[in-house]
Design a protein. Structure first.
Length: 143
């Protein structure tokens, strides 16, 4: 299964935030949408960074509550690892495990076209394993 198949089921909508928004505004967005990360993009959907709950926790630990008035670009992750629609689930699992992150933007020429989470990947992987097991059971029964 590929990232494209995940996006086909999940959709291409991604919650984004402006780099000039405050961390408090980003927190409100994360809480309202019940998500763990937002992608920071330019007007043309070029990816500038990603802001996760972890980034916010680090900013508050460093600066206290006043850190929430800082702009998103002051603590976002700037070196964003992305994937492509053609990438396999195994490839993105490897990227997420190695990089120790739970959200992976999907990009085409640096432009944001989707976002997958570790939950999306695990769900599809479990579905694939269940399908494989059912095929084996059917094969054994037919033999």
């Amino acid at each position: 299964m590929t990232v494209s198949a995940i996006l086909k089921q999940k959709g291409h909508d991604v919650v984004t935030v402006d780099a000039r928004a405050t961390l408090l505004e980003a927190c409100d967005l994360l809480a309202a949408r019940r998500i763990g990360a937002v992608v920071v993009v330019e007007e043309d959907r070029q990816i500038r960074g990603i802001l996760s709950e972890r980034d916010i926790v680090r900013a508050v630990a460093r600066d206290g509550a006043k850190g929430l008035t800082a702009p998103v670009d002051s603590c976002m992750t700037r070196e964003v690892v992305t994937c492509r629609e053609a990438d396999t689930i195994d490839r993105v699992m490897q990227l997420m495990t190695t990089g120790r992150f739970r959200h992976l933007p999907v990009a085409d020429n640096g432009r944001l076209i989707g976002l997958i989470s570790i939950g999306d990947v695990v769900k599809r992987r479990i579905e694939q394993v269940e399908r494989d097991a059912e095929e084996l059971r059917a094969y054994i029964t037919a033999a």
